[in-house]
Design a protein around this ligand. Structure first.
Ligand code: HPA
Length: 234
């Protein structure tokens, strides 16, 4: 047990999928895993361990934003020795060629700041995905005929943005989408020598204002979970 995760030693798998929403963790575990066991419910941040094609996987909610994700990722890595951590979440599209329902594989994650910012001082560290996972996720997406984009994303600190100029610069520099967690996940994985990737479904679009209707969310999110699982075990 850690401060924020109630799982006993051995109850967390080497491979962990991290949706922000604890109820999406429940849905994904019930939909894609067998022999599912609830391993965490501290603060309602549900975590489940089960089997996917005979392989052990944990799906643990991370909450919204980098400070929350940082707590769960630190404890999963440092206390439970998680080896592969894949964020599965939603993002806002930032380029015209990126459509709602498309999937973005985040090669890099730009930020204004992260919970790790303090240790870099004047450096601008460039958080990036694990190459083996990224390559495997591209292969998994191509086999499924899913529309994907691979490139940079923006991990923002705010959903309700008072600085439109920041988004404008990200759009201008080819950033594909905006979310709020990946950069800290990539930074922690690099620090501890683990593998990390963010597989993101475009749920809304900053340029067009379009948003995925709630009844269509599940199928799009299902593709994302399957791509993440296939990538983890390729
Ligand atoms: N901003 C930040 N995070 C998000 C967004 C967004 O527009 N959409 C989904 N996650």
């Amino acid at each position: 047990m850690t401060i924020h995760i109630g799982a006993k030693p051995g109850q967390i798998a080497d491979t962990v999928l991290l949706p922000g929403d604890p109820y999406r963790a429940k849905w994904a575990a019930e939909t894609f895993l067998n022999d599912v066991e609830l391993v965490n419910e501290v603060r309602g941040m549900l975590g489940f361990t089960g089997l996917w094609n005979g392989k052990r996987v944990t799906i643990q909610g991370s909450g919204m934003g980098m400070p929350s994700l940082s707590i769960y990722a630190n404890e999963l890595i440092r206390d439970y020795d998680a080896k592969t951590l894949i964020r599965i979440g939603s993002c806002g599209g930032m380029q015209e060629q990126v459509a709602v329902r498309d999937i973005i594989l985040a090669m890099t994650a730009s930020t204004l700041t992260t919970p790790s910012r303090g240790i870099f001082k004047e450096l601008s560290y460039a958080p990036c995905a694990d190459w083996s996972l990224l390559r495997a996720a591209v292969g998994a997406a191509e086999r499924r005929d899913t529309r994907i984009h691979v490139g940079g994303i923006y991990s923002s600190d705010v959903f309700y943005d008072e600085r439109p100029d920041l988004n404008e610069q990200m759009v201008r520099h080819g950033i594909l989408g905006v979310e709020m967690e990946a950069a800290e996940l990539y930074t922690l994985a690099a620090r501890y020598g683990r593998r990390a990737l963010a597989v993101l479904t475009v749920s809304d679009h900053l340029l067009t204002g379009e948003a995925l209707p709630s009844d269509q969310r599940e199928t799009s999110f299902g593709d994302m979970v399957e791509i993440a699982l296939e990538a983890a075990f390729s």
